[in-house]
Design a binder for this molecule. Structure first.
Ligand code: ADP
Ligand code: MG
Length: 760
């Protein structure tokens, strides 16, 4: 049984309608230890024969036996394995990877050694053996032809395969170098089967053991020669060759680690191209980042609908029957359930609109989302960026997005109309998430006053000796006034009114203004508890407030600002607040130190006949709300998705060129018998390495952007999980692009991509 034999092998090329005979009816047997020289005219089929022997080209007729086993049923993976096990190939045009150093080129063939130190040691040893030690760190492109061929031979040695095929290895070398290469080949091929195509038989005559002549695709003659004596000194050298190091047992681990090493080498060996890929993927990432910042709002599709503004430790309570709470009730509840604080009228916590804009500050550059109000006893916003927390009823700290910074840098200490009261800005605290609503942080007194003015739908009547003078006054609180001071701005009453006879009536009316109730109203609407807020006492409540101080009447011209306004101090506001709370408002809030404490209290309260919920309670949106959400969110999702596809397409288009630069290198690796899965893994690793800078840079850039008030307002702030989204999209794109590259690279047979289908 011959080691390698061909039985009646034929290979036909069909291209563009032309049929060319590569080889036909070839019957040959080879044994280990032979040095076979093949000669023949150009186009006679020498290369074809070698390609078939190497498994790089398929054959159509006959049978190739390796160690007695037939191969005609082999598929691509079987040939890969065959090459990996048996074949080293040496070409006329060297085929080393130009962008790799000699060392890297040789190490590539030593992948079966898993220990990198051992691998390097072995590579250096082999490079010494072919006399290239001084050029170890040179790149392939910097070597002379002879040096390249030596590298290839070192590589073939590294593989330690039993068969070495050489296709005109000296074809491009001068005669002196050719001699050296032939000598080197003879030296290293002891015990192996070496088949060498040459057009200069004289060069190998002294070393060849056999001479095959090929003519027109067929074997013309096959002549065995006398084996030349092997010089003694090289025997010991050759004996070293077979021990290529221990084979790695764990194939998967070695695929990954080899793939990683390979990927890293590819990445580093072509710095310009790698930089281009990095840049490309960075641009892609930036584009996805921007697209997400502009259109990413579709994530509202997954948003939960909360009934209240989410606030840690707050518990909202109503009675089953919908009746109201008195001051004493609220205080008793607070004590019984161990709350830190009771907020009797909690309306302002939940409204998102209805608060007047910061009227007296130039807001031309600022568009603020609705502001809600809170007070500061337990809200930990941290140290203010500007100024301090409020201390009196007419002071406010603004908790606002950072992009509004330029406004507040100028605005500190200016008066601000919030709710229906004037407040002085004494502090500002910034946050980065510009999708959040701003908060005005007040003192508790300030909060009550604001509640009075904003939340309670009242109108103020002035009467003179029981006769109404007007019912169209707007009430405002001005904490700068004395507690019980009242100023009436009017053009209708006139300065001749005997002000000591004026009597102030405050009328609180029930309104059904769903809009103004905001989310909190929904509890009522969707759960039909029937006892929420102003639903309780639908009748008009009239409060007669006795005024000790005389009312100041300021006459103003008709249609000027202030006409029809009644402004009062915080004492009056408090009276209205209490009367309203007693008579109309049926919801109250307790505040606990933690959400857990609030949850525990809620359980008990519910057992004791109340309805109590924490602020993480969700409501089910109704049909129209859902529809609106689906339409807007769905539209944005489609736009986002299309943008991602477009970016993916763009990245793929740009990166296609980079494949061409690698086509030959990949084919060389394959011809060396490096498993496709390792190369594939390497290509993925390279692309992931190229993505790495983006993954590091993007959050840094985003952080800088959102910290810069100039750009922050333009882009929607992205939450950390949205970056996960972006990187997910980027990984997807990278994966697809890489897969495409791999398809391009491995779609053709090795020989085709190696030599462009051209026969030399
Ligand atoms: P040699 O190496 O002896 O010069 P080859 O084996 O390269 O010859 O070519 C043998 C024949 O096969 C030639 O006629 C050549 O034109 C043809 N041939 C080789 N490769 C291809 C190919 N990829 N497509 C079509 N014909 C080919
Ligand atoms: Mg040829």
């Amino acid at each position: 049984m011959a080691f390698l034999s061909l039985a009646n092998i034929g290979k036909i090329y069909v291209s563009e309608g032309n049929v060319a005979v590569g080889i036909r009816g070839v019957n040959l047997s080879f044994e280990l230890g032979e040095f076979v020289a093949i000669t023949g005219a150009s186009g006679s089929g020498k290369s074809t024969l070698l390609n078939v022997l190497s498994g790089m080209d398929t054959y159509e007729e006959g049978e190739l036996f390796i160690e007695g086993q037939p191969t005609s049923h082999y598929l691509q993976p079987d040939w890969e394995e065959y090459r990996a096990k048996y074949i080293s190939f040496i070409f006329q045009d060297y085929n080393i990877i130009d962008s790799f150093t000699v060392l890297q080129n040789v190490e590539l063939a030593l992948m079966t050694i898993s220990d990198p130190i051992e691998r390097r040691r072995r590579a250096i040893e082999l490079i010494e053996r072919v006399g290239l030690k001084s050029h170890m760190k040179h790149k392939g492109s910097q070597l002379s032809g002879g040096q390249k061929q030596r590298t290839v031979i070192a590589r073939a040695l590294a593989k330690d395969s039993p068969i070495i095929l050489a296709d005109e290895p000296t074809g491009n070398l001068d005669s002196e170098t050719s001699k050296e290469i032939v000598e080197l080949l003879r030296e290293v091929s002891k015990d192996k089967l070496l088949i060498m195509v040459t057009h200069n038989f004289d060069q190998v005559e002294h070393v060849a053991t056999r001479h095959i002549r090929v003519f027109d695709g067929a074997v013309e003659s096959d002549q065995t020669m006398i084996a030349p004596a092997v010089p003694a000194e090289s025997t010991s050298d050759a004996a070293e060759v077979p021990e290529t190091g221990k084979k790695d047992e764990n194939a998967r681990v070695s695929t990954l680690s080899n793939g990683f090493l390979l990927g890293r080498s590819i990445f580093l060996s072509k710095p310009k191209l790698s930089l281009f890929l990095c840049l490309l993927l960075f641009l892609g990432s930036m584009a996805i980042f921007l697209v997400t910042a502009f259109f990413g709002d579709f994530q509202m599709l997954f948003k939960k609908n909360y009934m209240f503004r989410k606030e840690k430790g707050r518990l909202v309570i109503i009675h089953q029957d919908g009746s109201g709470f008195t001051n004493a009730d609220v205080e008793a509840l607070r004590e019984k359930y161990g709350a830190e604080k009771a907020v009797r009228v909690d309306y302002l916590f939940d409204i998102k609109d209805g608060i007047q804009r910061f009227a007296s500050v130039d807001l031309s550059e600022v568009t603020l989302d609705p502001v809600s109000l809170s007070f500061d006893y337990d809200v930990d916003y941290g140290k203010p960026d500007l100024g301090r927390y409020p201390q009196s009823a007419n002071e406010v700290l603004l908790y606002v997005p950072k992009y509004t910074k330029p406004t507040w840098d100028r605005g500190l200490d200016t008066p601000l109309k919030l709710a229906k009261g004037e407040f002085r800005i004494v502090g500002v605290k910034y946050y980065l998430d510009n999708t959040r609503g701003a908060v005005g942080v007040l003192t508790e007194d300030g909060f009550k006053a604001a509640t009075t003015c904003q939340a309670i739908p009242f109108s103020v009547d002035l009467s003179l000796d029981g006769a109404d003078l007007s019912d169209s006054f707007y009430g405002f609180m001005n904490p700068d006034l004395k507690e019980n001071e009242i100023v009436v701005y009017t053009s209708r009453v006139g300065s001749d009114i005997p002000t000591d006879k004026l009597k102030l009536h405050v009328t609180v009316k029930k309104t059904r203004d769903d809009e103004r109730f905001g989310d909190s109203f929904r509890w009522n609407r969707h759960n039909s508890y029937g006892g929420y807020g102003r639903e309780v006492n639908p009748e008009v409540t009239v409060l007669d407030i006795l005024i000790d101080n005389p009312i100041t009447v300021q006459t103003v011209a008709e249609n000027t600002s202030g006409d029809g306004e009644i402004v009062f101090g915080s004492g009056i506001a408090k009276q209205i607040y209490d009367a309203y709370a007693d008579g109309v408002y049926a919801q109250t809030s307790l505040r606990f130190s933690s959400e857990g404490a609030a949850k525990k209290a809620a359980e008990e309260l519910n057992k004791n006949g109340y309805i109590a919920v924490t602020t993480d309670t969700e409501y089910k949106p109704d049909f129209f709300e859902t529809l609106e959400l689906l339409l807007t969110g769905g539209f944005l999702a489609v736009v986002w998705g299309l943008a991602i596809l477009f970016i993916a397409f763009f990245v793929r288009l740009c990166s296609n060129r980079t494949v061409l630069a690698f086509k030959e290198d990949m084919a060389i690796m394959r011809s060396m018998g490096i498993p496709v899965r390792v190369i594939r893994c390497g290509i993925y690793v390279r692309m992931l390495l190229a993505l790495l800078p983006s993954i590091i840079l993007l959050p840094i850039i985003a952080f800088c952007l959102f910290n810069s008030p100039r750009y922050d307002g333009i882009l929607r702030y992205l939450q950390p999980w949205q970056y996960v989204f972006i990187f997910g999209a980027m990984l997807w794109i990278t994966w697809r692009v890489t897969r495409k590259q791999i398809r391009v690279l491995f779609g053709e047979s090795v020989k085709k991509s190696l030599r462009g289908g051209d026969a030399v």
